[in-house]
Design a binder for this molecule. Structure first.
Ligand code: DAH
Length: 360
């Protein structure tokens, strides 16, 4: 076998056994690259006599063409193989069930749902939402709300205090949403009509109390609002919230430093085998505290009690959520257990509205 034929068979064998494009490129460089074996043969043509060139030229050029052609063919073959392999590995099985989208599996916490519900109800009555910080001053949480220094009413609220500052003052975690009444009156000119949902804190823990809980406060200040308006608002709220046509309410005299007179409100209910139903029955359940804003509070917030008056109320959000949705224990609210959430949670796109239904 001639040298050329020998080289040809070696190169063609190398081409056909190249497993991928990198190996094939290595063969191409070794044959047709600058210092490749075929290129070396081509270079010898220049030094030959015309007769020699006539005899050997076609063979060497033929070798170059053959090897080049084989490399191109192998390249196509490898590309087709790679595409087949990719198609095989990325096969889509169209018969598999569709995976649920996040909005189908995610759930809104009942607290978020209830805040959305009560915001929808009070917004319909013309209330705006006001907010304040969880960390408050003693002044806003107690003093401006007419809790006298050292008065036992301060102790009613087992308070979480921060360490004392050099000037003797102490910040605290607000024990109720009422300090936002103060913030609102200090910054807005009446008429004021706000609700204040938010987190509140007290050192307390059992089946129906957690150290962090939620309240919604209401505040109305103008020149003529009175207890009749307060009772009507609370009654309309309870009917809308519990989604019943009728609800009986009982207003009992009570005491809060920041209201005068003060009342606690019970709603009529029926307790039946661990279940509570509203709008029927002969039992009563306490759901909120309320009253006419105390003249001292108005004065502490820069309003003249001879000119302005109004009312306020405060209600536990967790409690009304438990009542409405039949959740017996408060603690799992804050345990972040997805099984609990998928049972008691709400679909995120079913936003509560009065027209479309609050909880459906
Ligand atoms: N702040 C009271 C509490 O946490 C609740 C409350 C009662 C708020 C009467 C009010 C009110 O605005 O008028 O126990």
């Amino acid at each position: 076998m001639s040298d050329i034929a020998q080289l040809e068979s070696e190169l063609l064998a190398a081409v056909s056994s190249a497993k991928d494009e990198t190996a094939l490129e290595a063969v191409r460089v070794s044959a047709l690259g600058k210092s490749g074996s075929v290129s070396a043969l081509l270079k010898t043509l220049g030094a030959m006599t015309p007769d020699e060139r006539k005899a050997k030229g076609p063979a060497i050029n033929g070798l170059k063409d053959k090897v080049g052609g084989a490399i191109a063919a192998r390249k196509d073959e490898l590309a087709a193989g790679a595409l087949d392999a990719r198609l095989a590995s990325e096969t889509v099985d169209v018969t598999l069930p569709v995976r649920e989208a996040p909005v189908e599996t995610g759930r809104l916490h009942p607290i978020s749902q209830v805040i959305d519900e009560l915001t929808a109800i009070f917004a319909d009555m013309g209330f705006a939402v006001a907010e304040g910080p969880d960390i408050e001053t003693d002044d806003y949480n107690f003093t401006k709300l007419n809790f006298p220094e050292g008065h036992p009413a301060r102790e009613m609220h087992d308070t979480f205090y921060f360490p004392q500052k050099p000037d003797g003052s102490r910040l605290l975690l607000r024990t109720h949403t009422s300090p936002v009444q103060v913030r609102t009156m200090l910054t807005q000119k009446p008429p004021i009509r706000v609700i204040i949902p938010g987190r509140t804190y007290r050192s307390d823990s059992d089946q129906t109390h957690t150290p962090m809980f939620h309240q919604v406060e209401g505040l109305v200040i103008d020149k003529s609002s009175h207890m009749g308006h307060l009772k009507w608002i609370l009654e309309e709220f309870c009917k809308a919230f519990f989604e019943v046509d009728q609800v009986k309410m009982r207003f009992r005299p009570s005491f809060f430093p920041f209201t005068e007179p003060s009342m606690e409100v019970d709603i009529q209910c029926k307790r039946d085998k661990g279940e509570i139903r509203f709008g029927e029955g002969t039992d009563w359940l306490e759901i909120l505290g309320c009253g006419m804003v105390h003249p001292n509070v108005l004065r502490n917030c820069g309003l003249d009690p001879e000119e302005y008056q109004g009312f306020a109320w405060g209600m536990g959000i967790d409690r009304i959520a438990m009542l409405k949705y039949g959740m017996p224990d408060l603690r799992p609210f804050f345990e972040a257990d997805v099984r609990w959430l998928s049972h008691y949670g709400f679909r995120p796109l079913d936003f509560p509205t009065l027209a479309g239904g609050l909880s459906t």
